[in-house]
Design a protein around this ligand. Structure first.
Ligand code: ZN
Length: 139
């Protein structure tokens, strides 16, 4: 018997559908501006650097660093009851885009700013895969 996934699932908007489709393939993609080359996340119509509306989805390395984080001590959703305390992190990818995720294989008291991380993929339902991050050795 399998236990149903108890946490909230992402709402897959048309703008973000390519990201979630790639995650299911265990690939991390972000938008890249065709005007200036800047990577960005989440999907936006307009580049905040050069104002171009021309963008494409591109696969990125999945490597980055912890930009900042917060440790959740309260249970805001019953699905997380068995996990507190856990860290919600902002990852700065090597390509420059930042995204919010969780850390795995990392006790919350060992999280540091600038800590090197890499993406891992968690298949939480048959339709949804969540990109998460784990510590990796520094270059
Ligand atoms: Zn741009």
């Amino acid at each position: 018997m399998t236990t149903a996934y108890q946490k909230p699932l992402p709402q897959v908007t048309p703008e973000m559908a390519p990201f979630w489709a790639a995650a299911r393939r265990h690939e991390l993609v972000v938008q890249r501006c065709r005007g200036c080359g800047a990577h960005r996340f989440p999907a936006r119509d307009l580049c905040s650097r050069c104002l171009s509306r021309d963008a494409e989805w591109t696969r990125v390395s999945g490597k980055g660093t912890v930009f900042t984080w917060a440790v959740m001590h309260q249970v805001y959703h019953p699905g997380f009851a068995g996990e507190v305390p856990y860290a919600v992190v902002v990852i700065e990818l090597d390509e420059g885009a930042r995204l919010v995720s969780n850390l795995v294989d990392c006790p919350v008291d060992t999280v540091t700013a600038g800590m090197p991380v890499e993406v891992v993929f968690e298949d939480v339902t048959p339709d949804v895969t969540l990109p998460k991050f784990r510590p990796r050795a520094a270059r």
